[in-house]
Every structure is written in C-alpha cells, then in structure tokens.
Design a protein around this ligand. Structure first.
Ligand code: GTP
Ligand code: SPV
Ligand code: MN
Length: 598
C-alpha cells in the first residue's frame, strides 16, 4: 500500500492496516522526522514481494539470477565499506553505563536519540519509507514478540520478508493494545563515519543508521532477538541465546533436542543442518533454528526453546554439497545472495563451492575475476538469505508455539589448541562457568582482527543487551526454575595438529560426537572424570566407517594438556578482570575449583 505523506496516512482505518494507536503515532512521528516521498505499509503478500523485487531490479539494488538454475533467486552487492556487523558502532543506551556493563559500548539515551534523530532529519527525502511489521517466533507462541521496522531500504524489506514472519500476521498478533519493538533504520549515505546501531532496552527501541548489511539492519535478528531479547528475558524469566536448535531422531524414533552456542561463523548453520554419515543409517537430524534460540522453563520443569526466525542468513564460502547439502538446497530457490561472485550465465560462485572455479566472473565488488586473481571472488562474509521452508531437514516443530524441550546445551569456540573435541561439564553452575569463559578465534562475520582468540562468553559478547556479569547471574538463576535442567557440554571442531591441519573432519562427522552427547543425556554411556569434566574414552566415540582418520587422531583431538590449561586460565582472567565487581562469586569459585584440579 503506497501513500503520500501529505494524505492523512496514519489516521484512516481504511488505508491503515493497524488500529494500534501506538504504532500509528510512532509512524507519523518518524514520517515527520525522515520526510520520505512515499510511505509503504508492507502486507507480506506474494503480490507485494513481486512488485518490490521488480522495483529493486529496476533500481539496480538486485540483479535477477539465472531463473532456470536458481528460480526466484536474486543477487545483491553491498557497499564495500559495509560487509559485516561492526561492533564498535554498536551501542547499548541504558540509563546508566553500569547497566550496559564493561563489555558493551554505552551511550546516554537522551544524547544518542538527539544525535541519531538529527542524522535522520529529512534523510528519506526522495525515498520510500517502508513500514515492516514482523513476528519473532511462531504465531500464537507465548514467547513470540512483535517488531515494526521502519526502513528506507528495499533490500531490507525483501530480506526481512525471508528472515521473519512478516506482514498482516504481525498486526493480527499485535492487536490494538499489544507491545512492539520499534526499529528505525535509514541507510543515510552508507558512510562508516555515520554508522550507528543503537539499542534502547528501556524503551524497547532500536535505531540503526549508515549501514545496509546483515545484523546491522535486519533489526529482528541480532538487535531484537538477542540484544533487546536478552534484556527482556532477564526481566521476564526467559533466555535469548545465540544458539542453533536441532532435533536428533534415532532409528527407533526417539527424539532428543539440543541447542548449541558457537560464535559467529563457527559452525551453527552447518551443525543445525548436518546429515549423519553413512554409518549412522536411520539417524535423522532436523533443524529447528540455525542462529537464535529463545528458551523458557516449561510447566514440566524442562527448558523449552523456539527459533524466533523464519529464514537463514548463512555464511556462503565453504558451503558445498559435501559440507552442507541441506544449505545448498535451501539456497537453490527464492534466495537473496549478497557479496558472492556472479558468473556470465547469471549463476553464483564462491570459494569452496563444488566443481571448478569459473574461468571468468565478476567478484563481489563487480570487478572482473579469474582463477589467477589474487583476491577472493566472494567476500569471506558473503551470505545467503533463504526461507527456512526450503530446508529439506526442517523440523515441523520449528512452527510449534510451545517449542521443544532441550536435553543438552553445547558451547563451542574455534580453537586451534587447548580445547578438546568434547567434554561434559559436571553440573549447571560449572557449565555456566565454561560458557562464560569460552574463547574463540575472530572470524570475518565481524569487522576486526581475524584469527585472534578473544573471550566470547556464551557466543554473546557482541549480542548481550546488558551487563555481562548480570547476564551470568541470570543464567545461574534460571537453574532454580528448572527441575530437569539440560546437561551442558563443550565442543571444539577446529583443533589443529602441528602441521596446521584440522584434527577432526567436522561437518557431518560431528554426528559421532553428538551421538555421545545424546547418550550421556540419556545415561547410556560411561565417561571419565577429568580436570575439565566428563570425557569419553576414545573408544566411546563411534569412528566406524571414517576414512583417513585413525584412532590416534581421535586421541589427539581429545587430549588435555595441563600446561596449556594453566595458560588458558590466565587468558580467561582478562575477561574476569574486566568484569571485576559484576562477576557472580559462583564463577570465581568455579575458577578456583578448576585450578585445584589441574
Ligand atoms: P553465523 O551465521 O555467523 O552465526 O555463523 P555460523 O555459526 O552459523 O557458522 P557456519 O555454520 O556458517 O560456518 C562458518 C564457517 O565454518 C564455514 O566456512 C564452514 O565451512 C565452517 N565450518 C562449519 N562447521 C565446521 C566443522 O565442523 N569443521 C570445520 N573445520 N569447519 C566448519
Ligand atoms: C552473526 O554474525 O552471528 C550472524 C550474521 O549471524 S549477522 O546477521 O550479520 O549478525
Ligand atoms: Mn549468528
């Protein structure tokens, strides 16, 4: 529905899809601020998608891909200065700096509103302002939240349509009096100097300017579902986590659900869509979510999880028919590709795709590329946005309002050394300590120094909407609401040998480790007590049918070097010192206990 701001766009019930006075007032206010030429209230229909896609192609925002090979697929290049989340431009604007805590960038709310509104004043002149209503979570779920994103980016609208349940469904859930998250996004001139992603947890509001990429602008994802979500979860007694959710089904039909927190670009999407190796015939993995879990204690004292999203915004490089066939199928139709390479026949290519590289193509910046080129054809953080309905492994439970009961929580970073393939923590508080002290090498998912190990508690360092010490306290408190808490594990798919080769083949083979985890949850397999926690004997991990992998390799992947671990404890102190006065004493005790076991 397109309207001109001069017509009374927000007061007439006939032309306005919602009677929610709060939405109408806020939209009017933002229209007056941003002064767009046109207003478009998104309804989420097929017809609207086609019309907007057509417009995006005419404007050069999207390129239509080869529809024979990739039906419904489009290609987008972002500004080369705007290719990943930027943590130094991300702000938590709580009333006091202490509420945001030492791991977040804090800004005083009043001054930040003033600065950002000044940047937005008249910023949409000559542009269309889109009002995007969306749900995070299945319709009707008590965990589901309503968001409304105002944006001047047609790319954001089309991506939000894939990533969330967008349109009328959100107005239906909101009703006339419901609460909603306000999100204002303007690309401005896509200038890193004027790039700010600001969160106002106490107002349930997000303002993002100066970017048009991923987690900076798809405001339902990291901004609402994690930063504001974690803040709301603390107050409302639930958890918003950077976790995939999957179901494991045994040949006998026994179903177990696990959620796993790995930092950005550390394997969540791959694990969530994994296809078990040949040897595990009859075992099935189904995907509930690949990035975010909202979890709440159920009436039976178990922890129930939903995936608030409706699509995948996945890393493309390294994805192929061997590593992640379900992702390849997911992105074979109705997908928006961003920053991959474009071949002369309208197909897409990236480093690590099946087959030979194309003899020539255009790289992610639009420059001619050949296999002799020194630069990468696809940006390392190039991504696909695909509807979850495309995933052959999609669990029907992904649409269930009550969610799935979680048996295991798994933490895992990208660590070349020190961290063994898998261990189980002794109990919940120990698990919280292990999650809180998690380290991982930096990846291309965020701007920064690649490869450097940093502490990334629960994979939430960039996503926690309040003081990290209080967040740990919330985790500890949640235990008391659970009579059947999930068991907590740690994994590392990325340990390397002296030659720099991965010790564990990863991907589908991770099923072998997952099987041990499931068996531990169900009390079916013994384990050794080690300084780190419960660990498998190498013989307890089923390696049958693995080629090019020896028992010695498994022993090395599972080994614990006490000297390495003494160094690890010292490295963990960096975070503990930073959090100092905010740190729950339980975690300090856990550190002492670990040292006493080394
Ligand atoms: P975000 O979407 O940024 O949150 O990332 P993610 O955690 O979903 O990571 P994803 O599954 O997209 O994997 C990121 C990178 O890690 C890709 O290049 C994968 O090929 C690689 N990767 C994933 N799983 C494994 C594994 O088990 N072993 C190894 N060696 N690499 C893996
Ligand atoms: C991540 O970085 O964890 C992502 C990609 O999932 S983005 O949506 O850009 O944050
Ligand atoms: Mn992520």
């Amino acid at each position: 529905m397109i309207l001109h701001p001069t017509s009374d766009s927000t007061s007439s019930a006939q032309i306005n899809p919602t009677n929610h006075q709060g939405v109408r007032n806020w939209v009017t206010e933002m229209v007056n601020l941003c002064q767009p030429d046109q207003i478009h209230w998104c309804d989420g229909s097929e017809e609207e998608k086609e019309r907007l896609t057509q417009q995006a192609v005419e404007q050069g925002v999207l390129i239509k891909l080869n529809q024979k090979k990739l039906p419904g697929c489009y290609y987008h290049r972002s500004n080369p200065n705007d290719v990943a989340r930027v943590e130094e431009c991300t702000f938590i604007c709580t009333r006091t700096a202490d509420e945001a805590g030492p791991t977040n960038n804090w800004r005083a709310p009043e001054a930040e509103y003033e600065k950002l509104y000044a940047l937005c004043r008249g910023a949409m002149k000559g542009r269309t302002l889109y009002v995007v209503p969306y749900l995070m979570g299945p319709p009707g779920s008590p965990l589901t939240k309503v968001g409304v994103e105002i944006t001047d980016s047609i790319y954001v609208v089309l991506s939000m349509r894939i990533m969330t349940r967008m349109g009328q469904v959100a107005w239906d859930q909101l009703g006339e009096h419901g609460t909603f998250t306000k999100g204002l996004h303007s690309m401005l001139d896509v200038n890193p100097e004027r790039r700010f992603i600001a969160h106002f947890p106490q107002d349930n509001t997000i303002i993002s300017v100066g970017s048009n990429y991923g987690g900076n602008v798809l405001l339902g994802k990291k901004c609402l579902a994690l930063r504001l979500g974690s803040y709301l979860g603390r107050d409302e007694g639930w958890m918003a986590e950077h976790m995939l959710i999957l179901g494991v089904e045994s040949p006998q039909g026994e179903k177990t659900y696990v959620a796993a927190a790995f930092p950005s670009a550390c394997g969540k999407t791959n694990f969530a869509m994994m296809i078990p190796p040949e040897h595990f015939k009859g075992w099935k993995i189904t995907t509930i979510g690949d990035d975010i879990a909202w979890m709440k204690p159920g009436p039976d004292g178990r922890l129930y999880a939903i995936n608030p999203e409706a699509g995948y915004f996945g890393v493309v490089p390294g994805t192929n028919r061997q590593t992640n066939p379900n992702a390849m199928i997911s992105m074979s139709k109705d997908t928006i590709y961003t920053n991959v390479a474009l071949t002369p026949d309208g197909d897409v290519w990236w480093e690590g795709k099946d087959g030979e590289p194309p003899r020539e193509c255009l790289d992610w910046k639009g420059n001619p590329w050949t296999p002799a080129s020194k630069e990468k054809a696809a940006h390392p953080n190039s991504r696909f946005a695909a509807p979850m309905a495309n995933n052959p492994a999609l669990a029907p439970e992904a649409n269930s309002a009550e969610g799935v009961p979680i048996s295991a929580l798994i933490f895992g970073g990208r660590r070349a050394t020190t961290m063994p393939l898998v261990f189980q923590t002794f109990y919940w508080i120990h698990g919280v300590y292990v999650g809180a002290t998690m380290g991982s090498e930096m990846t291309a998912a965020a701007a920064g120094v690649m490869g450097q190990v940093r502490r990334d508690p629960m994979a939430m360092l960039p996503f926690c909407g309040y003081n990290m010490g209080d967040y740990f306290r919330h985790w500890l408190r949640m235990r008391k609401l659970l009579t059947h808490p999930p068991k907590i594990f740690h994994v590392n798919w990325f340990r390397k040998n002296k030659e720099g080769k991965f010790l564990w083949p990863g991907y589908g083979e991770n099923m072998r480790v997952l099987k041990w985890i499931v068996d531990r949850c169900r009390g079916r397999v013994p384990a050794n007590e080690t300084p780190l926690g419960w660990m498998p004997e190498p013989g307890d991990i089923d390696t049958k049918g693995m080629t090019g992998f020896t028992p010695a390799g498994l022993t090395e992947a599972l080994s614990v070097d006490i000297e390495d671990w003494k160094r690890e404890v010292l490295l963990q102190d960096e975070l503990f010192l930073k959090l100092e006065s905010d740190l729950p004493k339980e975690l300090v005790f856990q550190r002492e206990l670990l040292i006493s076991r080394l």
